[in-house]
Design a protein around this ligand. Structure first.
Ligand SMILES: Cc1cc2nc3c(=O)[nH]c(=O)nc-3n(C[C@H](O)[C@H](O)[C@H](O)COP(=O)(O)OP(=O)(O)OC[C@H]3O[C@@H](n4cnc5c(N)ncnc54)[C@H](O)[C@@H]3O)c2cc1C
Length: 399
């Protein structure tokens, strides 16, 4: 989709996992001239109804990859008027909705829309569904992944984009366990037309009382994506399709801003998701195997950066591999990790901290409000980051 011809390479990559991280990486690698096969465990690609926030740090990369028109057709612009609020609806302060250059590069997206855009851009036959990876081996010249169905495939490198509970992760680094946050997220979509009025084209976050609630538009503003974060002692599964109890959700936010009640009145059913992350891993790469997206850096959603960081990963990896030979792969995967890990370690840590602000786990609400009003600096450092520029600089230093 880019105008420039990629430098010639004979590299073949296997991407395990056809989620947003895996499909974004597959596009980036193909654009840099690699031959790519994606293996996905599910019988077909799909994302259920939920929203995802896309920020300038990944949108500028997707624009460069040629997805500007595809995303503009399905994204919902989100901008001025976005607000942090106390639980009663009173304003704490505006949410920054531009990067430092003033660019409003934000979209509320339906997860299915962005996945479809990534899948449609891949050459036919790139994605092979119904393949659950179970094993990995390698020698000096190649790496092999084996699947539950008996199939196996060999390539110059394997990218494990198989999510929070990555099967391939233990082959890449020291074992670590996902950590349950003690919170459950209820989420779903409401048709905008069902509400007389709303804070259109904005992101709204209500914080307080050990919980928080947020709403942003998706699919050209036709749908509102809501998420309610509530404490839950027992560890719960993470799944986009576990049916939640709408009445429980409404009861959790019953004494909050009436705007939340007005929206929840229009909700028939919702889904829930147990929130897990991991502490930053010791390393990501082993020889010809590396990790990407949630397999590398699962984070709590309190900065909305999981997919955004996965997209940055794919861009970095593809730039490093362009025009290179198979013998270079292990070293280049180390370089990828060295470039990416400090940033994603930071985002994982900051996402935990921001959850504490949103859930008001503070002795003083004034301190919480003070920190929230001063969070623009962190947000700008996330949005201004240009992974393409960082990788170019690192490559120039290495040359
Ligand atoms: C409530 C909530 C809200 C969020 N909001 C945002 C947001 O606004 N913005 C944002 O950027 N991020 C957000 N996130 C985070 C985001 O959803 C994740 O970071 C992102 O989905 C990770 O993508 P991934 O491709 O790495 O992993 P996944 O989406 O988990 O995809 C992994 C894929 O690998 C497949 N797979 C797994 N195991 C195997 C195997 N053994 N063999 C083959 N295939 C396998 C799976 O079926 C799946 O398709 C949110 C998360 C939650 C829970």
């Amino acid at each position: 989709m880019t105008d420039r011809k990629p430098q010639k390479t004979n590299l073949r990559a296997i991407v395990v996992g056809g989620g947003m991280g895996g499909l974004a990486a597959a596009n980036a690698l193909i654009q840099k001239g690699l031959d790519v096969t994606v293996y996905e465990q599910a019988p077909e690609l799909g994302e259920v109804g939920a929203g995802i926030f896309i920020y300038p740090n990944s949108l500028r990369q997707m624009h460069r990859m040629g997805f500007e028109d595809a995303l503009a057709k399905v994204g919902a612009r989100v901008g001025a008027g976005s607000m942090y609020r106390r639980m009663d609806g009173s304003e704490v302060g505006p949410i920054v909705m531009a990067d430092s250059s003033g660019w409003n590069g934000f979209y509320g997206m339906h997860r299915a829309d962005i996945l479809e855009a990534f899948a449609a851009a891949l050459p036919p036959g790139t994605v092979k569904c119904g393949h659950r990876a179970t094993g990995f081996s390698q020698d000096a010249n190649s790496a092999t992944v084996t699947f539950e169905n008996g199939h196996s495939d060999t390539a110059d490198l394997i990218v494990a984009a198989d999510g929070l509970r990555s099967v391939l992760q233990p082959f890449a680094t020291e074992p670590s366990e996902p950590e349950y946050s003690g919170f459950r997220a209820y989420r779903g979509l409401v048709e905008r037309s069902k509400l007389d009025s709303w804070y259109d084209e904005t992101h709204q976050v209500w914080m307080g009382d050990g919980k928080h609630f947020m709403v942003f538009p998706v699919r050209r503003g036709e749908l509102l994506n809501y998420v309610g974060f509530v404490p839950m002692d027992i560890a719960t599964v993470e799944s986009w399709s576990a049916e939640g109890d709408r009445d429980e959700l409404a009861a959790d936010f019953a004494c909050w801003d009436p705007m939340i009640g007005k929206l929840l009145d229009k909700v028939d059913h919702c889904f829930w998701w147990g929130l897990n992350d991991r502490r930053p891993l010791k390393s990501w790469s082993n020889g010809r195997l590396t990790l990407l997206g949630d397999a590398a850096h699962p984070m709590l959603p309190h900065l909305g950066q999981g997919v955004n960081q996965a997209i940055e990963d794919g861009v970095a990896l593809s730039m490093l591999l362009e025009g290179r030979s198979s013998a270079d792969v292990p070293q280049l995967l180390q370089t990828y990790e060295r470039l990416r890990k400090p940033r994603t370690d930071m985002v994982q840590t900051e996402a935990r901290k921001n959850g504490m602000r949103y859930d008001s786990l503070y002795d003083s609400i004034e301190q919480r409000d003070h920190e929230i009003r001063n969070i623009a600096g962190l947000r700008l450092s996330l949005y201004d980051y240009d992974v393409e520029k960082e990788v170019k600089e690192a490559m120039a230093e290495m040359a």
